[in-house]
Design a protein around this ligand. Structure first.
Ligand SMILES: NC(=O)c1ccc[n+]([C@@H]2O[C@H](COP(=O)([O-])OP(=O)(O)OC[C@H]3O[C@@H](n4cnc5c(N)ncnc54)[C@H](OP(=O)(O)O)[C@@H]3O)[C@@H](O)[C@H]2O)c1
Length: 275
């Protein structure tokens, strides 16, 4: 005779087994996701973890790393975390080395960090210092994360790299000029890395989110009048959420995505995405 608690226990076990078989496509894989204590990076880290990967999360602030780790671990995901400022070369190297040390190797890199310190017409708002900061974090760091990660991924027989660019890389936002140019550069970086990474059995792709509801984009969706105007440019009639990006990344880094390389997937609800 089943007691109520036995029934609940059995139901939980069945649910876990079902989720293991449907969501385990990344089991045995190790992933690094940069800038992943909130927003799109966090959703990607969570999804890769749900799909079976061991995930190293990171961001600039220890308290954010601790909070994100606690949340992810409360879902029984296998995650670790550390501080890594994407603009600091020693932090980039430590993030990759520490991941390999803790988990025994690396299969997947998702380079998600970006900076946007200025807002306004491009000629008026862009100081040399702002330009350097934007390109240091958004382009240079992405390249050096990939350069650092690639030999480790190759040692595992291959794997995947994903950059996070933006719809602004296709159609520059008027008040985010330098940021938009940096995101266009990432489209080029994705293509430029294909020949050598293909030889290492690594596919390299990018996602280009549209307007996704995170802290980064809140000026666009939090103020009702601005949100109303922004929504007119989105055929599907809603802003995206971070989870809209996470499943695409999980696919690109899975076995099913391995023959896709050098591509950028626009996740925009239909906004224009051609150069
Ligand atoms: N949201 C959108 O609508 C949208 C659209 C297109 C593209 N994107 C791109 O998506 C990516 C993520 O944006 P998001 O909207 O998810 O941002 P978000 O919600 O503001 O999250 C930013 C995350 O990055 C971390 N971070 C910020 N600067 C960092 C740095 N220099 N080094 C390491 N970590 C850093 C933050 O934690 P700490 O503060 O602890 O560092 C936080 O975890 C960016 O590349 C952005 O350009 C976003």
């Amino acid at each position: 005779m089943f007691t109520r608690s036995k029934l609940v226990q059995t139901a939980r076990l069945c649910a876990r087994l079902a989720s293991d078989t449907t969501n385990g496509r990344l089991s045995g894989k190790v992933a690094v996701v940069t800038a992943s204590t909130e927003g799109i990076g966090y959703a990607i880290a969570r999804r890769l973890g749900q799909d079976g990967a061991k995930v190293m999360i990171s961001s600039r602030k220890q308290k954010n790393v601790d909070r994100a780790l606690a949340e992810l671990r409360s879902e029984n995901l296998e995650v670790s975390g550390m501080v890594c400022h994407a603009g600091k070369s020693e932090d980039r190297v430590s993030l990759i080395e520490e991941t390999v040390k803790q988990y025994g190797g690396l299969d997947i890199l998702v380079s998600n960090a970006a900076a946007n310190p200025i807002f306004g017409p491009i000629l008026d708002s862009t100081s040399e210092q702002a330009w350097d900061k934007i390109f240091d974090i958004n382009v240079k760091a992405a390249f050096f994360f990939a350069k650092e990660a690639a030999p480790h991924i190759e040692k595992r027989g291959g794997g995947s790299i994903v950059f996070v660019t933006s719809i602004a890389g296709f159609a520059p936002f008027e008040l985010l000029g330098a940021y938009s140019v940096s995101k266009t550069a990432l489209l080029g970086l994705t293509k430029a890395m294909v020949p050598q990474l293909a030889g290492m059995n690594i596919n390299v792709n990018a996602i280009a989110p549209g307007v996704i509801k995170t802290g980064f984009s809140e000026t666009l969706w939090k103020t009702p009048e601005i949100a109303e105007e922004a929504l007119k440019t989105i055929p599907s009639g809603r802003f995206g959420v971070p989870e809209d990006c996470a499943g695409t990344v999980s696919f690109l880094v899975s076995k099913d995505g391995q023959y896709i390389t050098g591509e950028t997937v626009a996740i925009t609800g239909g906004m224009q995405s051609r150069l």
